[in-house]
Design a protein around this ligand. Structure first.
Ligand code: ZN
Length: 298
């Protein structure tokens, strides 16, 4: 990869449950059908850590028992306790604790009692960082933000707190206000491939025919290479016909997310975080009001 900066690898549990059919979880590990030849394969907590030790990322993730957020009942409890049992197998298998940071993952669905047991169990293991897992799977925002708030309140303040699979710019601002530090999400590049740009007002859909003669940059306030060199009209031309459209939008969207993270960071350091959050929300809400007014008038 020749990537000279910080790197994180995931354990593979989430990917198997969400992307592969016929994943079967037992105490031993996750059995799944190989995407190559269809043969059954078993990923254990030990093997996940061995693979991540070989890759050598700065942060490696524990193998957890992942369940979809929308599932309810005893399966949630079983997965949470298994995640706690597996963390000890991950810790025991980890061969480079001085070079690589193993993060534990809090599970427990939307149940505050289970989340509480899981957070306390992981904190007892004194890990270098903690992730909040099992969210961003279709639950409503109220439940999602409540779980994040509960977990960040219990996790140590001097260790990184990582909300997995999040998210939208709004979620990142809200979760940061709730005390989270770290995120990952396919949204900025996936939505780029669908022709959507992230802007301070929300989103801009480049496929829309109104873009065809719009000679402004995607975001006039953005300093990225794409906004300095290309018009909305040009990207509109590319977006459904040429891979370059997706690439230019991905570049801009990643720049937007990096800038948002930097702005969040500096507003905290400079002790003006509440003002930053108010300003961020104001722009989105104003644009939303404008849009609905236009829709009403037309
Ligand atoms: Zn830009």
């Amino acid at each position: 990869m020749n990537w000279p900066r910080a790197m994180l690898t995931d354990s593979g549990g989430f990917q198997m449950v969400s992307l592969l059919h016929l994943a079967d979880i037992t105490e031993k590990g996750v059995t799944f059908q190989s995407p190559v030849d269809g043969k059954p394969m078993l990923l254990t907590p030990e093997e996940s850590i061995q693979i991540q030790n070989r890759i050598g990322a700065d942060i490696i993730m524990a193998l957890d028992d992942v369940v979809k957020t929308t599932i309810t009942g005893p399966r949630i409890e079983e997965a949470m306790y298994r995640t706690l049992r597996w963390i000890d197998r991950c810790i025991a298998a980890h061969k480079k604790p001085n070079e690589q940071n193993l993060f534990g993952i809090v599970q427990g669905g939307l149940d505050p009692v289970l989340r509480d047991i899981c957070v306390r169990g992981l904190v007892e293991r004194n890990l270098p960082g903690y992730a909040i897992g099992g969210l961003a799977g279709g639950e409503d925002k109220d439940s999602f933000w409540r779980v994040v708030a509960q977990c960040t309140a219990l996790l140590p303040e001097d260790k990184p707190r990582y909300v997995m699979g999040v998210g939208y710019p709004l979620d990142i601002v809200v979760c940061s206000a709730l005390g989270a530090d770290l995120y990952d999400c396919v949204y900025p590049t996936r939505t780029a491939r669908f022709g959507t740009a992230l802007v301070p007002e929300g989103v801009l859909k480049l496929k829309h025919k109104a873009m065809a003669e719009d000679t402004r940059p995607i975001d006039p306030t953005c300093s990225c290479m794409v906004c300095k060199n290309y018009t909305r009209a040009y990207i509109h031309c590319l977006v459904t016909k040429d891979a370059m459209g997706s690439q230019l939008l991905s570049y801009h969207n990643l720049h937007y997310m990096l800038q948002l993270s930097r702005d969040l960071h500096s507003s905290i350091i400079e002790e003006r975080f509440p003002d930053f959050v108010r300003g961020f929300l104001q722009k989105m809400v104003n644009a939303e009001c404008e849009r609905s007014r236009k829709e009403r008038d037309s």
